[in-house]
Design a protein around this ligand. Structure first.
Ligand SMILES: [Zn+2]
Length: 269
């Protein structure tokens, strides 16, 4: 699933290609907006917030999309072959120089720009936004004392944009067992600071790196490394599937030695 840095980069590419252009044609292939025609409107900007992308158009209209697990936006030149089958397209937006295509986008809607506030008001501070507020992020992280650090990090109303990779990597880098109740985090500011620094460091590159080592297979500490030796202590990295989790983000990876279990937290199996 794309995390905030991926979404940020996608929005910036779309903004660079479309901002200032007039829509020549729009084709929404979702039932609710099948007859919506936004041609003639100008693209004012394309912006990301957490994992959401908003196309803000002249006349106070927005196109809102959310990738969830499988969605993606592609940019093509006129006549260029698409990299995915056309039946997967959910929106085709044409300007003079570019065609933007949304594939398998589970959330795609058109509404007055003022309605964005309803979505934005539900999101926590965004580490990649100009108005990033670390104190507010920390307040939200620790607001519900019994909640696990894992659950708090994945909750988009805590910090917008963090997903499963960052959840696992932040817990490792702070030495926290993922099932630690937030009330027991000794330095919650460190969690918030790491979220910001990791997202910011990765916002301009295609490979997500938390180790500082860009080599293939070396970029992450624990995510996706079940059964492999911890890069710090050589203990085998463990993996556990959650019973329930939003958006199918089920797998937790951690080093049981670098992230010792917290009393009252995880029940050992
Ligand atoms: Zn370790």
């Amino acid at each position: 699933m794309p995390e905030g840095d991926t979404v940020y980069r996608a929005a910036r590419r779309l903004h660079d290609a479309l901002a200032g252009a007039t829509l020549l044609k729009t084709d929404f292939r979702v039932p609710r907006f099948a007859t919506t025609d936004l041609s003639g409107r100008r693209v004012e900007e394309v912006a990301a917030r957490g994992k959401h992308i908003f196309f803000r158009l002249s006349g106070g209209v927005s196109i809102h999309s959310h990738f969830k697990m499988d969605g993606s936006w592609h940019l093509y030149r006129d006549g260029e072959r698409w990299h995915r089958p056309s039946w997967q397209a959910r929106a085709v937006i044409t300007v003079e120089d570019w065609i933007a295509v949304a594939f398998l986008m589970p959330v795609l809607e058109v509404f007055p720009t003022v309605q964005e506030a309803q979505i934005l008001s539900r999101l926590g501070p965004d580490p990649l936004a100009a108005d990033w507020d670390p104190r507010e992020a920390q307040r939200r992280l620790t607001a519900d004392p019994g909640r696990t650090v894992s659950a708090a990090i994945l909750d988009q109303t805590t910090i917008a944009g963090l997903g499963n990779v960052y959840r696992c990597e932040i817990c490792f880098l702070t030495g926290l067992d993922p099932w630690t109740p937030v009330a027991s985090i000794a330095a919650p500011a460190q969690v918030v600071d790491l979220a910001k620094r990791l997202m910011f460091a990765n916002k301009d590159r295609a490979t997500r790196i938390t180790t500082g080592d860009p080599r293939r297979g070396h970029a992450l500490w624990v995510y996706g490394r079940a059964g492999k030796p911890c890069r710090r202590c050589r203990t085998k990295i463990r993996r556990r599937e959650a019973d329930t989790s939003p958006d199918g983000e089920r797998l937790t990876f951690w080093c049981p030695s670098c992230q010792p279990s917290h009393p009252g937290g995880r029940v050992e199996d």
